[in-house]
Design a protein around this ligand. Structure first.
Ligand code: GRF
Length: 199
């Protein structure tokens, strides 16, 4: 089949740390039939290890600490960089900041997040320990559209993982993370393809 000549949807990825989901998205963007490309990886943490990973793929990066800044003021700096990079869709990948409504309204319905639980269960932190403590037999991860509420917004895709007898939060997190790396690129691919079809 001839390669799709339409421009790819430009994605910006926001990270705060390790960046393994970011790397999964970048790798997916490099596949020949990917409907998206990564235009910028930005972080609120200048020491985020993920920044070096992005650079190793030749992706432009931007980092600015949020410390001592008001949320809206900091978000305006990030928004300016993302707009300058022509970003149409934003993927949060371990971005440990709540976004201001002003920021979200600029990419309404075009910001997605990966969260390590079966939403609406366990919004926030320590999701794996909470699932174990509750005696859940299943855990997992969710990709959802970002709204001003933390870990809220319509769920686009989920993957389930069995909680095993004697599971620790770390062991469960490792198995869930493998699923995150599988579904996050797939959800972004579907969203980008739908946006490209809309023109
Ligand atoms: C992942 O578990 C993700 O679900 C959560 O934060 C973690 C980020 O890991 N939002 P990484 O930086 O993508 O490796």
């Amino acid at each position: 089949m001839a390669e799709d000549a339409r421009p790819k949807v430009r994605v910006g990825i926001l990270i705060s740390g390790r960046g393994s989901n970011m790397e999964a998205l970048v790798r997916a963007s490099l596949l020949p039939d990917a409907p998206f490309e990564v235009g910028l990886v930005a972080s609120n943490n200048p020491d985020a290890p993920g920044l070096a990973i992005a650079q190793s793929f030749g992706i432009p990066t931007f980092a600015h600490s949020h410390k001592g800044m008001k949320r809206a003021e900091f978000d305006a700096i990030m928004a300016r960089e993302l707009q300058a990079a022509g970003v149409e869709v934003i993927a949060l990948a371990g971005y440990m900041r709540l976004l201001s409504p002003e920021f979200i309204s600029q990419w309404e319905g075009r910001i997605i997040n990966i969260h390590p639980s079966l939403l609406p269960l366990y919004k926030g932190l320590d999701t794996h320990q909470r699932a174990i403590d509750a005696g859940d037999r299943e855990a997992g991860c969710s990709v959802h559209i970002v709204t001003p509420e933390l870990d809220d917004g319509p769920v686009l895709m989920q993957a389930r993982v069995r909680v095993l007898p004697g599971d620790t939060a770390d062991a469960l997190a490792t198995r869930v993370l493998a699923e995150e790396h599988r579904i996050y690129p797939e959800a972004l691919r579907q969203l980008a393809a739908a946006l490209r079809d809309k023109g």
